[in-house]
Write a protein that binds this ligand. Structure first.
Ligand SMILES: *Cc1c(COP(=O)(O)O)cnc(C)c1O
Length: 637
């Protein structure tokens, strides 16, 4: 057993990858080095090895990459949100209650909606629909008549009618005005259909949050009514004798609000509007604070974009307290508080698992013992620089080697240096850079240039997935997700790597990683060995990633497996969805696979007639082509 193997342990791995910080209690590392998933936070008795699940998936014939969903994590998150709000309300003696409304757009998969409506019914956890399709899905899935069904988004006549029918059937279906023009239509349709609508109004707050989605709130936001429009809507409703229909006030500040101060400021402002509307005679019952509850992707508990500087407990307590403080001053009764948390509810529940296909390491080639006789002076200087390198002259050596390397390149471009000589110079250069990286580890402080070397020297791990399909936010908005190996965590990860996917796009990579203080530019990984696949997981990908993904390089949906962990710690496969086949993907971009087959058969037949292939070979080639059409779009071993 080698030395490093003895000193390394799973505690060090846990620290290195921050799993206890970002895992929300759902993940831990087992003594044998596997990542375990625990559907009830901290309940080690029901911990299941993800590596074992992967083996089970592969034994059943589904290949990597796989999106793995743990159904019970959804239940735990729904329970946590509801219990936390209800506990805060009890503690502070809040007179109203709490209800959640899950925004379908965050993860629209039927399985998610089914589980939320099923498990959530004990809290009357409802749904939020932002379009006709989402409302139609919600009406088909929901049975709980006490849970809110909130309709946001721009509404045409069909949307309005559906919502009105839902109300007639008995759903607590609340139509939220997104713009003033919707009101006359809603009133006209409700008279026509003889339905009494329940209305809400979305307000533009002056409060604006930072982060990617800050623009969803604020006066410049494209959604919602400003104060003048709200007053106009109230007057209109009064005039139509329908003010009692207005029951809900809504705003949405944006997603992933990292700073609790912004959340509190928005609640305060909204409560003023709420009280103002009550003074105007509206009998408001619901205060709907939208989404925004953030996920601590990097585990730093800070107001950094990929984190949050508050716990779920603080979120709930602060909101309840802020509502009480504002409204008690004005004597307005406590409303039912609704939040539309999406991200926080579903992020933990799925993870993307993939294998590593290949590695490129930047190991400089060995140098000759001596320089050749006829060697340009610049190369000699580089060689000398390498051999005088020490802790003390590290920066000087760094500057020198770069300077001469650039000179060598220029001389080469002017035809003064041969290709072989240039190659020697590059080898010396990279050997020197490697040495500088090694020596710099002995120093406490290094210049940013030198600390950047480590990144430049990191390996590239080629992995079997597509960033564009499976982690679109990592590409589009530089969102950080925790990524780590799911096994071998009792071994020291001695390589530093960035991750490349199998699209042939230079953006198809992950080279920013979570860190508790900063952003890491490389990820420590284990060396590959020949006897065993090496599996990585990208975690907390349950929110927003599944349907935003695209078909870059025609890589399609991955296989999806859902498991439920039972009370005794065993688990069952409750869902298996095969990913897209090549033929599926081609149909999405308007090919007809049957016609492709016919055309290709003709091409092959012509090759037979020309004598390029035999008839027997044609058969084999056609079989391979047909197999390819039926196959998975990802790399298959
Ligand atoms: C997207 C959206 C949400 C969900 O926000 P999260 O931050 O994911 O909880 C809630 N409400 C509305 C209106 C939205 O558009």
């Amino acid at each position: 057993m080698n030395h490093t193997l003895e000193r390394w342990n799973i505690t060090k791995s846990a620290e290195l990858y921050g799993i206890n910080e970002w895992g929300g209690g759902y993940f831990k590392i087992d003594n044998n080095g596997d990542v375990m998933v625990m559907p009830s936070p901290g309940c080690v008795k029901r911990a299941v090895s993800i590596r074992e699940i992967v083996e089970g998936i592969e034994a059943r014939g589904l290949g990597m990459p796989v999106l793995l969903r743990i159904e019970n994590i959804l239940d735990s998150q729904i329970a946590a949100l509801n219990d936390c709000f209800l506990a805060a309300m009890q503690e502070l003696d809040y007179k109203g209650t709490f209800q959640g409304a899950y925004p379908i757009k965050v993860n629209q998969q039927q399985q998610v909606i089914e589980e939320i409506t099923h498990y959530g019914s004990k809290y009357h956890h409802g749904l939020e629909a932002g379009s006709k399709a989402e409302l139609i899905a919600a009406m088909g899935m929901m049975t709980d008549k006490k849970a809110p069904l909130i309709c946001n988004g721009y509404k045409d006549e069909e949307f309005v009618d559906l919502a009105l029918y839902a109300t007639k059937i008995g759903y607590k279906c609340i139509m939220v005005l997104e713009m003033p023009g919707e009101l006359p239509l809603i009133i006209e349709r409700s008279r026509k259909l003889n339905a009494t609508p329940i209305l809400g109004v979305r307000i533009k707050l002056a409060t604006q949050a930072g982060g990617h989605w800050g623009e969803s709130g604020g006066e410049r936001s494209i959604f919602g009514l400003n104060t003048t429009q709200i007053i106009a809507a109230v007057d209109y409703l009064k005039q139509e004798g329908m003010l009692e229909s207005l029951q809900l006030l809504h705003y949405h500040l944006g997603s992933q609000i990292s700073n609790i101060r912004e959340i509190r400021t928005a609640v305060n402002e909204a409560c003023r509007v709420f009280a103002g509307l009550v003074q105007e005679g509206a009998q408001l019952k619901y205060l709907d604070l939208g989404g925004g509850l953030a996920v601590d992707y990097d585990g730093s508990q800070s107001n950094f974009l990929s984190s949050r500087n508050y716990t779920l407990n603080e979120y709930c307590t602060d909101i309840v307290e802020a509502v009480m403080t504002s409204l008690d001053e004005t004597g307005v009764p406590h409303p039912t508080i609704i939040t539309e948390s999406g991200r926080a509810l579903v992020a933990y529940y799925s993870m993307l698992l993939f294998n590593v296909l290949d590695v490129t390491q930047f190991q400089p080639d060995p140098l000759p013992e001596e320089l050749p006789e006829k060697c340009p002076p610049q190369i000699k200087y580089m060689y000398d620089t390498l051999h005088t390198l020490s802790v003390r002259n590290i920066q000087e050596c760094f500057n020198d080697t770069i300077y001469y390397r650039d000179e060598v390149r220029q001389l080469f471009n002017h035809g003064k240096i041969t290709l072989r000589q240039r190659s020697l110079a590059e080898k010396i250069f990279w050997t020197t850079i490697n040495e500088i990286a090694r020596v710099s580890k002995e120093l406490k402080h290094v210049t940013p240039e030198i600390s950047d070397i480590e990144r430049a020297l990191s390996d590239i791990y080629y992995c079997n997935f597509s960033v564009f399909q499976s982690l679109p936010d990592a590409w589009a908005i530089d969102q950080l997700f925790p990524v780590m190996p799911i096994h071998r965590l009792n071994e020291e990860p001695i390589r530093n790597a960035i991750i490349a996917d199998i699209t042939c796009d230079c953006d198809g990579k992950i080279d920013h990683f979570i860190d508790r203080h900063d952003i890491k530019r490389f990820l420590p990984l284990h060396e590959l060995n020949d006897s065993q696949e090496y599996y990585l997981g990208a975690f907390l990908v349950g929110a927003y990633q599944e349907t935003l993904g695209d078909l870059h390089n025609l890589l399609g949906d991955t296989n999806v497996v859902t498991i439920r962990v039972l009370d005794n710690g065993e688990y069952e496969f409750v869902g298996e969805l095969e990913g897209d086949s090549v033929s599926d993907i081609l149909s999405y971009v308007e090919y007809d696979p049957k016609r492709l087959l016919v055309r290709f058969r003709k091409t092959a037949e012509r090759a037979v007639r020309k004598g390029n292939i035999t008839a027997q070979e044609r058969r084999e080639i056609m079989q391979a082509y047909e197999m390819g059409l039926r196959g998975y779009t990802y790399f298959e071993r």
